[in-house]
Design a protein around this ligand. Structure first.
Ligand code: FE2
Length: 284
């Protein structure tokens, strides 16, 4: 093993999200799937919706299709209702996660379950492996109380998927994915040894976080997405009074990615077919 493989991960690149309006006019911070950052294999989209102003979220995401991906909705705070073309539905409340496998195709709508107050959450899209693009759709509703929260000193780690210090998140995934929400005060440090061969991301949602150690450390302010470089250990230290970040690790699929709106497939022909199936009423 070379020295570089033993080291603490540094930051390869930092990106800020951009404001977009999607759905029927929801104001979003688009972090992945922007002109700056198309994707980080296997993550093909990351949106943050976070506002105290109902005008930013009230119109929601009326009926629309998906194929070839999983959509993972994490409600930090607030309520969203969902309904789908197969008769499924439910409400996501603070701390809940909906892990939806769109597979061969589903239509759904995602509408706010509140008309005032603050709304804060994330939607992440994972591209499905070529062999699983056309699987039957499925939902996993993960209630807040089913999501383990590990406290290590002053560091709190909410484990949506993957393993942290012996605790395992409840989401079933098609390939290894870790998804944590980490909260830590000033000076407290998160240490993690992820599985090798994964792509690692840190999105700072609160305060600021110092990634890496010694000369290789970089401070990432709130709103920054850090793509980490290769290493075997992730160090993240709180840089202000109250700090928090999403930690994502995913096994890259190394397959071609073709996107078309709500569809992510491997070729442009498959995107064309998805639109055809949608307009022909065969996608649900
Ligand atoms: Fe959707």
């Amino acid at each position: 093993m070379t020295a570089s493989k033993q080291r603490v991960c540094g930051v390869k690149r930092t990106i800020e999200g951009m404001t977009v309006h999607d759905g029927a006019g929801v104001r979003l911070n688009r972090i992945i799937a922007s002109p700056q950052l198309n994707h980080v294999d296997p993550f093909v989209l990351l949106d943050e919706f976070r506002s105290d102003d109902p005008n930013d979220y009230i119109k929601g995401f009326p009926w629309h299709p998906h194929r070839g991906i999983e959509t993972v909705t994490y409600m930090v705070h607030g309520r969203f209702k969902h309904e789908d073309s197969r008769g499924g539905g439910g409400t996501l409340s603070s701390g809940d996660v909906q892990w939806m496998t769109a597979g061969k195709g589903i239509l759904h709508q995602e509408m706010p379950g509140q008309t005032d107050g603050s709304m804060w959450g994330y939607q992440l899209w994972l591209t499905l492996p070529k062999a699983d693009k056309m699987v039957e759709p499925r939902y996993q509703h993960l209630s807040s109380e089913d999501i383990p929260v590990v406290n290590e000193g002053d560091v709190e780690v909410r484990i949506i998927s993957g393993e942290f210090n012996g605790s395992i998140g409840p989401a079933q995934t098609w390939f290894p994915i870790s998804y944590f929400d980490v909260r830590l005060p000033d000076g407290a440090a998160f240490h993690h040894h992820p599985k090798p061969g994964m792509n690692f991301l840190v999105y700072v949602h609160t305060g600021s976080v110092v990634i890496g150690s010694g000369d290789g450390a970089s401070e990432i302010p709130m709103g920054g997405l850090a793509i980490l470089d290769d290493g075997i250990e992730v160090h993240a230290t709180g840089g202000s009074e109250k700090n928090g970040f999403l930690f994502l690790a995913g096994k890259p699929l190394n397959e071609p990615i073709a996107r078309g709106g709500p569809f992510v497939m491997n070729t442009p022909e498959e995107i064309e077919q998805a639109w055809k199936d949608f307009y022909d009423g065969n996608l649900f």
